[in-house]
Design a protein around this ligand. Sequence first.
Ligand code: UDP
Length: 324
Amino acid sequence: KALKLIVTGGAGYIGSVCTARLIEAGHEVTVVDDLSTGHGDAVHPRARFIEGDAAETAETLLGEGFDGVLHFAAKSLVGESMSDPAKYWHGNVLTSIRLLDAMRKHGTPRLVFSSTAATYGEPKESPIAETAPTDPTNTYGASKLAIDHAITSYARAHGLAAVSLRYFNVAGAYGSYGERHTTETHLIPLVFQAATGERPHISIFGEDYPTDDGTAVRDYIHVVDLADAHLLALKHAAEGEHRIYNLGNGTGFSVRQVIDACREATGLDIPAEVAPRRAGDPAVLVAASDKAREELGWKPERTDLIGIARDAWEFAQARRAAKS
Ligand code: UDP
């Protein structure tokens, strides 16, 4: 059944890919984005676009009657969350509470929320299951965890059908929709900058981790697989329940493996240099996503690291061509 949906943050990386997949599946999408980090031209041409704050806009818009909200809009820089926590408590937590209140007021039945592996903090088990303790090590993760708690209690008390999806390392692109952050902190786009000479080399943050090659291991998931989990979450969301699912490939790749995959995908000899560890980076972060597989019927299809790198590279190349 075609649903009438609001996508907050639909001009951002994951929100724009999700919007494209939702529209292609026949849903009717209104994107709300304040363009603080998103890009107007990343909004799908068949989406209705309203530029504005997620909460403020939802408060006026939800009265029109919507089947659900996919809430991507958020501040997501870990370092910034430590130096400017107010931006995260206001921008993430307060905004989301206001959105929940507006949904309650207007009887909007479904919510899919972008949560994160950062809610778990330093892992005590690997792979990480949803039952693992949540002990975030940064304000970004704490703000997302606080929202998850709020959603749980709203769902129980007010009958909301809610799903939180905890993303691990999202990568890749979907045609013209991809990662284009002004402040780039993510490994794969930075490796490409080293590939094109935009930066002299890629720094490998730490080579003395207790892993096979000494570099940190992460779970890289293709953004299209991630987006498709959102469509399944909408379908399986159940009234009065807040379900939480981890989304990852289930396979860890080291920083060196990622750089090698990027060398393979680009055909370029990308210079890399070992640098000190980045503060707060755990050695290994890998998802157990069995719950999403079992309950949502989700299965990541684009698990090959070189394939993920290739899609991201094609997008980065097209962006570069568009800019020059
Ligand atoms: N990383 C790196 N060099 C960089 C950026 C990241 O070695 O220039 C490492 C980082 O330490 C982590 C992995 O790459 O182990 C993924 O980092 P990213 O920031 O992409 O995602 P995170 O896992 O921190 O959410």
